[in-house]
Unconditional design. Structure first.
Length: 334
């Protein structure tokens, strides 16, 4: 069974090359001999020597014929060269390759207020807002296998934490390493959207989605959120804005629901309010339902070229035969 499986996986790309195999027959029918220009000794009993040695005379010359070992060597080398030219390949098991049809970007607020502990996980554990976002985004990313996803962190400034990638395991590692206030204590929602527009300029897909998670309002952005939303719309970027946390625990910078709603509406997206862990989980589930992952599946069979093996075998045959002739010649001399 294993042998049959191996044969089924071995293919030849240029099968027509084997039609060249009979070409050496033309050489056989014409002549297997070759002239040898060497110093000769003229003797009166040349014919007797010729008959005794089995050589044939042609125009008063001695003609040396190829030996059977030389013929076999030439034949095997020719077969190996033809086999190499046919380009044999070993085809592996078919693999399913997913090609993303949408680029998705996560923009996560790391301002100081994200350490407010007003979220309760499904196991009853009380955690801060950022920890709740991490926990649920990890599950969200597991459901997006095959998509290209990038990540932005923002606080007093916005920066790219991860470019668009299909390596969601690495993305989860970077997400889990995020800390409150690592980007500063303030909130630059507008600048984070503007940075999103810049990231999407290199995107080649038409479907572009930004998920913005924040628990405050814009404080020090150089680009106002409404202007950034217009830029996003011009670049066909849809924004889903999620307000995280209880507005009564917002502190000095309460959630600017009006601005977030306007940002989402401008781009044709949606606004959600996530008051607790359960609500945030439902929001992410709703996003999965409304924007299911978009990938194109293609079957791919990896191939390994084998042409160099017959070439190597031909070279080894020639080298071994040459070594054999040298040893034989040296043995006669000694």
């Amino acid at each position: 069974m294993f042998k049959q499986l191996f044969i089924d996986q071995l293919i030849v790309e240029h099968l027509w090359v084997f039609f060249l195999l009979p070409l050496p027959l033309l050489v056989i029918w014409s002549s297997w001999s070759y002239p040898s220009r060497r110093s000769a000794l003229k003797v009166s009993f040349f014919n007797s020597l010729r008959i005794a040695s089995g050589m044939k005379a042609r125009d008063h010359q001695a003609v040396t014929r190829a030996t059977w070992s030389q013929k076999l060597l030439a034949l095997f080398v020719w077969i190996l060269v033809i086999t190499s030219l046919s380009r044999p390949q070993l085809v592996g098991e078919p693999m399913l390759v997913e090609h993303p049809q949408r680029d998705l970007l996560l923009s996560i607020d790391l301002s100081g207020s994200m350490e407010t502990r007003d979220f309760t996980l499904s196991d009853g554990q009380s955690v801060d807002r950022l920890q709740a976002v991490k926990s649920l985004l990890n599950t969200f990313l597991d459901q997006r296998s095959g998509e290209r996803i990038g990540m932005i962190f923002f606080g007093s400034a916005a920066f790219v934490q991860a470019p668009f990638t299909t390596d969601l395991k690495a993305l989860k590692v970077l997400l889990n390493e995020a800390q409150v206030a690592m980007a500063g204590p303030k909130t630059v929602i507008g600048d984070s959207i503007a940075l999103t527009v810049k990231m999407f300029t290199e995107s080649k897909v038409e479907d572009r989605l930004l998920i913005l998670l924040t628990d405050g309002n814009d404080t020090t952005s150089k680009v106002p959120p409404d202007e950034a939303a217009k830029l996003a719309k011009e670049n066909a970027i849809k924004i889903i804005a999620i307000a995280v946390g209880d507005p009564e625990n917002a502190g000095e910078n309460p959630i600017d629901r009006k601005t977030l709603e306007a940002v989402a509406a401008t781009t044709g997206g949606q606004f959600y309010y996530a008051l607790d862990s359960s609500a945030l989980k439902n929001v992410l589930a709703e996003i999965n339902r409304l924007t299911p992952k978009k990938v194109e599946n293609q079957s791919y069979s990896p191939t390994t070229d084998l042409y160099f093996w017959p070439l190597l075998a031909a070279l080894l045959l020639i080298l071994l035969y040459g070594a054999f002739i040298m040893v034989k010649h040296y043995g006669k001399r000694t």
